[in-house]
Design a protein around this ligand. Structure first.
Ligand code: SF4
Ligand code: SF4
Length: 361
């Protein structure tokens, strides 16, 4: 396994890490814990969960695995989405009890999905409570998981309160977030990337995306993982594993791998530009919308339909990843401003109408 320094923390984490967001059999704690143990045996040492993952059972799965792993051989990451400092503290204490650990190595201010949320987390005392817990030794390092544009992430990163960030970054959305990685590198911060496989889009549409595979890549999934870990600013790619085979494939992708050089990355970029003419690339040029429509998030969710998935996948993506409901698209007054600026020349208004009409099951 290849390990990279997590920013200025002095810790080194595996370039592939374990995300416990969902498991195929949510109630089978022991079988799911086996996955963590298998990953650990392959050299993965960063395990990321959250109180709400896997219908609230993910932390139980992690506890079942952690008690079988030497404490100094892994790092544990969890989160709180509370703005109120007291409530964040209660979440933290519950996570410590539930996972039966004395410290959360990386504690995240969770799920910042719009620019106004970070000031709210500070004003409510959540950020201060996390930093206090670090002083007390209950938390090793304070990070945040951010679903914002590169520019918005830079503003947060430059405040200097955080030691790391967890951000969505992959072959499909990287133009939207590249500047965030540059800022994090300037601040010597750890960067963990969530959704390196595009929220399942890349493995689910591997045939169509096969052109992204380089000559040495055995699969487009391997190419996607390598794309992330080759970036000098990225510490680790967080993958939501549900089978041992997926773990083995991801570990094999980085074993004895020489990071892609700049020329290869540029070549990939040009392929993406050519091949993704009807996909939203998350560049953010359409923003801001005068009506406050979260265009890039809604269009990213619509990508899931284009890549062969159904309307329910749009709804799930909006809800689970972006914290939005389909009616968020209904605020569009069809001024056309965004379509004039869209780098992909997407029919944004038509897609927003489609999303606004979707029913939540
Ligand atoms: S067309 Fe709709 S989404 Fe686009 S800028 Fe105008 S109001 Fe916003
Ligand atoms: S809708 Fe167009 S301009 Fe907006 S983020 Fe997507 S590709 Fe970029």
């Amino acid at each position: 396994m290849w390990y990279k320094p997590y920013g200025r923390t002095g810790k080194k984490i595996s370039v592939v890490s374990f995300g416990g967001m969902r498991f195929d059999n949510p109630d089978d704690i022991d079988a799911n814990a086996e996955l963590l143990l298998h990953a650990h045996a392959q050299g993965i040492n960063y395990f990321d969960t959250a109180p709400g993952y896997n219908a609230g059972k993910s932390e139980e799965v992690f506890a079942a695995a952690f008690k079988q792993m030497p404490r100094d051989s892994f790092y544990c990451s969890t989160k709180s989405g509370k703005s109120d400092g007291g409530q964040l503290r209660a979440d933290l204490e519950k996570s410590l009890r539930r996972m039966n650990v004395e410290k959360i190595d990386f504690f995240h201010i969770w799920c910042i999905t719009s620019a106004d949320q970070w000031p709210r987390r500070k004003a409510g005392g959540a950020v201060a409570a996390a930093l206090k817990a670090r002083e007390e030794g209950l938390v090793g390092h304070v990070a945040a998981s951010l679903h914002l544009s590169g520019r918005e992430i830079c503003e947060i990163v430059r405040e200097g309160l955080l030691e790391g960030i967890t951000v969505g970054y992959n072959m499909l959305n990287f133009p939207f977030r590249s500047s965030a990685l540059e800022c994090a590198a300037e601040m010597n911060m750890g960067v963990v990337t969530m959704n390196p496989l595009g929220g399942g889009l890349i493995p689910n549409d591997a045939g169509r995306l096969d052109f992204l595979r380089g000559s040495g890549d055995r699969s487009v999934v391997e190419a996607a993982i390598r794309f992330n870990v080759s970036h000098p600013a990225i510490t680790s790619a967080l993958v939501g594993f549900t089978t041992k085979r997926h773990i083995d494939e991801a570990v094999a992708a980085v074993e004895d791998f020489q990071p892609y050089d700049a020329g290869h990355i540029e070549n990939l970029k040009s392929k993406i530009d050519e091949g993704f003419d009807n996909l939203c690339t998350q560049c953010g040029y359409c923003l801001p919308c005068p009506e406050g429509v979260e265009i890039s998030k809604l269009m990213e969710a619509y990508n899931h339909k284009i890549l062969g998935q159904g309307d329910q996948d749009i709804v799930n993506r909006l809800n689970w990843h972006w914290g939005l409901m389909p009616e968020a698209a209904a605020a569009c007054v069809e001024c056309g401003q965004c379509e004039g600026k869209c780098t992909q020349h997407l029919p944004i208004i038509e897609r927003l109408k489609h999303i606004a009409g979707l029913k939540v099951k």
